[in-house]
Ligand binder design. Structure first.
Ligand code: HEC
Length: 443
């Protein structure tokens, strides 16, 4: 792989992205101006509070992970400039996909619509008018950080497996903790959903990254979940699931990052929701790692913006359920493209604004989850920014190579993959075509 080529390509990408961003900003500014001249004043009570309630408060409230609360008018007024800044750049809510390219329908989408962004901008530019408190929506009750987020939807997990206690010091280097814990299962069961819960409140600030691997028979073992700051959990589609065998164990890898406050005897909990006894999903799913920038090739010179590219040929038909990019501080973006056996190319998704704090897992809506025939090439690009433009970059002068520490780099994708038989693939394609026609006809 030639460096010049890489730099070249990544420069092209960046130009493309810059153009996109400026188009969006232009459109927004234009709409904003039209709004401000006219019809109706945007107020906190009527227009802004519902947006904050629905899209921000789960994290921005007392005891949650956001750095300040956004619960009442005073909170929002005080943070108004910063809010405008973050939502305009699409840094908040944390959702870092390109909003125009690739598939846009995700189960866990938490991005704002362009109209919502415009409303916030107008409100800040109009001097944060409060409006009539009678217009305020009723307050929302949120689960505390002590509980699994999926509790509301799925009830308590069937299994909660805790890591052995570990003393996280107040200061020092990254720490790795690798305990192995029995699941206690006496029968084979299929997993429907998993969620990782750092201890509350102290563990939340220091649990950086977490892997849980099922230790069982070779052929079915493997990664159960990969979690990093900001990720909620994984829930499988109806009819899909992962096997956990009787007598299995979970091998954990917890990456702690001391933050100034010690977290004594810290334990991370893994919540597992099971399908009923005896249930066998039609489509067992695996979380597969695609190592786009492995140790043998990853080199990031000072002030460079390299990109890596790698392809895999699908050996059977597959359905892609979800994806997540794993980088450290220099990670900038990642794309996933399908090259079908007939030569057609499709950009499936593109993360163009990766933020190290947020290893978002993007879960496709059922009706758009890519269905790829056998022989499809899945092509990944992952790119880095080791310049001062990258806000998270601690030292643009460093020569960065592959490694575990946050100051080193990595570059891989975690993809939720369901392997399909030829028959199942054809059936799913036909079902989707039928639904598309019915939808088309009814509109
Ligand atoms: C999933 C949790 C989550 C959601 C949802 C979320 N935030 Fe945040 N927000 C955070 C965290 C954590 C930080 C601090 C780390 C960071 O900046 O990434 C933050 C930082 C910010 C900051 C910067 C604070 C500073 O001091 O500069 C602003 C402004 C902000 N959020 C506004 C919002 C707004 C407005 C929304 C909704 C439209 C929102 N956030 C939704 C978790 C969240």
């Amino acid at each position: 792989m030639s460096d010049v080529n890489e730099l070249d390509r990544s420069a092209r990408w960046r130009r493309l992205l810059a153009e996109l961003v400026s188009t969006v900003v232009l459109v927004l500014t234009f709409q904003g101006a039209a709004y401000a001249q006219g019809v109706e004043t945007v107020t906190y009570s009527k227009d802004v509070a519902p947006i904050l309630q629905e899209n921000c408060q789960q994290c921005h409230q007392e005891g949650a992970i956001g750095p300040f609360a956004l619960v009442d008018y005073e909170d929002a007024r005080r943070a108004a400039r910063r809010i405008k800044d973050r939502v305009t750049q699409r840094l908040m809510p944390p959702w870092h996909l390109n909003p125009h390219l690739g598939i846009q329908e995700y189960k866990n989408d938490r991005s704002l619509t362009e109209q919502e962004i415009v409303t916030i901008i107008d409100w800040v530019d109009a001097g944060t008018p409060r409006g009539d408190p009678a217009d305020l929506p009723a307050p929302v009750e949120f689960p505390s950080g002590e509980n699994f987020l999926m509790l509301g939807e799925l009830g308590s997990p069937d299994l909660v497996i805790k890591t052995d206690p570990f003393d996280v010091p107040a200061h020092g280097n990254d720490q790795w903790w690798r305990p192995r814990v029995a699941t206690g299962l006496t029968q084979d069961r299929y997993v429907r959903a998993v969620e990782v819960l750092p201890s509350y409140p102290l563990g939340r600030g220091v649990t950086h990254h977490f892997l849980a691997t099922a230790v069982q028979e070779e052929s079915v073992g493997g990664l159960l979940t990969e979690w990093a700051l900001g990720k909620v959990g994984e829930q499988y589609q109806e009819g899909t699931g992962k096997l956990l065998q009787a007598g299995s164990e979970i091998s954990f890898e917890v990456h702690y990052y001391p933050n100034g406050t010690p977290a004594p005897a810290d334990q991370v909990s893994l919540g597992i929701w099971l399908y009923p006894e005896g249930y066998e999903p039609e489509f067992p799913t695996v979380l597969r790692m695609f190592n786009v920038a492995p140790q043998s090739v990853l080199e990031i010179p000072p002030h460079s913006t390299p990109m890596y590219e790698r392809e895999w040929v699908m050996q059977s038909p597959v359905r892609i359920q979800s994806f997540q990019a794993h980088f450290h501080l220099r990670g900038k973006g990642a794309s996933m493209e399908a090259i079908y056996p007939d030569g057609r190319r499709e950009l499936l998704s593109i993360i163009d604004n990766f933020q190290f704090n947020w290893h978002n897992n993007y879960i496709y809506e059922d009706h758009v989850a890519p269905l790829l025939p056998s022989g499809t090439v899945l092509k990944f690009n992952m790119w880095y920014d080791n310049t001062e433009d990258q806000l998270s970059n601690p030292h643009p002068d460093d020569f960065v190579t592959w490694g575990d520490r946050a100051a080193d780099e990595m570059g891989h994708m975690w993809i939720g993959v369901t392997n399909l038989t030829e028959d199942a693939y054809l059936r799913l394609v036909r079902e989707r075509a039928r639904i598309a026609t019915e939808d088309g006809g009814s509109r």
